[in-house]
Design a protein around this ligand. Structure first.
Ligand code: IPE
Ligand code: IPE
Ligand code: MG
Length: 244
């Protein structure tokens, strides 16, 4: 459910999802190595979490590393994992001072043990925080998430704890990594690309999409408000019809 921000005069989407794209192009434009684009991008994530919560957003989901991103050079993947390790450790401190609850979605079995441990710790120590719910998609692929859910459903049918008749849309949602999290109201993909790249295909079925040209490391609070304004100009119908 949207809430209303009096000061901005805007309806605020409850859940915003972001495909943070354009770090590489930003680095190229600044004549610096790609890794510097990624580290500039990770700083922006920290700031956007605060800005999002301050304007009234309750859930923020960011695409940090896809199941397809392993195709990048080992040098780039290594740099991203190092950045991630540092980011997650730092996030533990920030999350508690900002009352932020952190949830990681994606296939954890594909991540190194130390990263998985840090994630478990981060989720555990922030689970009772009541501010922003910050969802990080890590080694996440939407088709992979559906595949893992289907395997679990199959296993539960086989062991007798689930009957095929009990499968509903809600039950499928409950088998996904995003269980308990409302579907995103607004999706933002920076850098002008207009595709999902395997991000939340089930959850984005009725989400409003916005594709600004800005590269992720240049994204800021003004850009976020611009996105929310765009969202306010859309009419969400959910298949129904507005009464004349
Ligand atoms: C997004 O930036 C960050 C990740 C995918 C980890 P890119 O690295 O995809 O940046 P571009 O698309 O090459 O500019
Ligand atoms: C999507 O961006 C993944 C993340 C932002 C983590 P990519 O840059 O990897 O997507 P493609 O390759 O352009 O589709
Ligand atoms: Mg990209």
């Amino acid at each position: 459910m949207d809430n209303y921000n009096e000061e901005l005069g805007l309806r605020i989407p409850e859940h915003v999802a972001i495909i943070m794209d354009g770090n590489g192009r930003w680095a190229k434009a600044h004549l610096v190595p790609r890794n510097m684009g990624h580290s500039a991008g990770s700083k922006v994530v920290e700031q956007i979490c605060e800005d999002a919560y301050n304007i009234g957003i309750k859930y923020l989901t960011v695409y940090a590393f896809s199941t397809e991103n392993w195709k990048r050079s080992s040098e780039e993947v290594g740099a991203l994992m190092l950045l991630l390790r540092n980011y997650l450790k730092d996030c533990i401190k920030r999350a508690n001072s900002n009352n932020m609850r952190v949830i990681v979605i994606g296939d954890k079995s594909g991540l190194s043990d130390d990263i998985v441990e840090t994630i478990q710790h981060l989720e555990e120590v922030t689970k009772d925080n009541t501010g922003l719910t910050f969802v990080i998609a890590l080694n996440y692929g939407g088709r992979d998430e559906l595949l893992r859910a289907m395997k679990k459903i199959g296993a539960d049918i086989q062991n007798g704890s689930l009957s095929p008749d009990a499968i509903t849309e809600q039950l499928i949602s409950d088998y996904l990594d995003t269980r308990g999290i409302p579907d995103p109201d607004l999706l933002i993909r920076t850098s002008g690309e207009q595709r999902l790249s395997n991000f939340l295909p089930w959850q984005l079925a009725y989400t409003e999409f916005y594709f600004p040209e800005v590269l992720w490391p240049d994204f800021n609070k003004d850009e976020l408000i611009k996105a929310v304004k765009k969202y306010n100009s859309r009419e969400r119908r959910f298949g129904g019809r507005k009464e004349e």
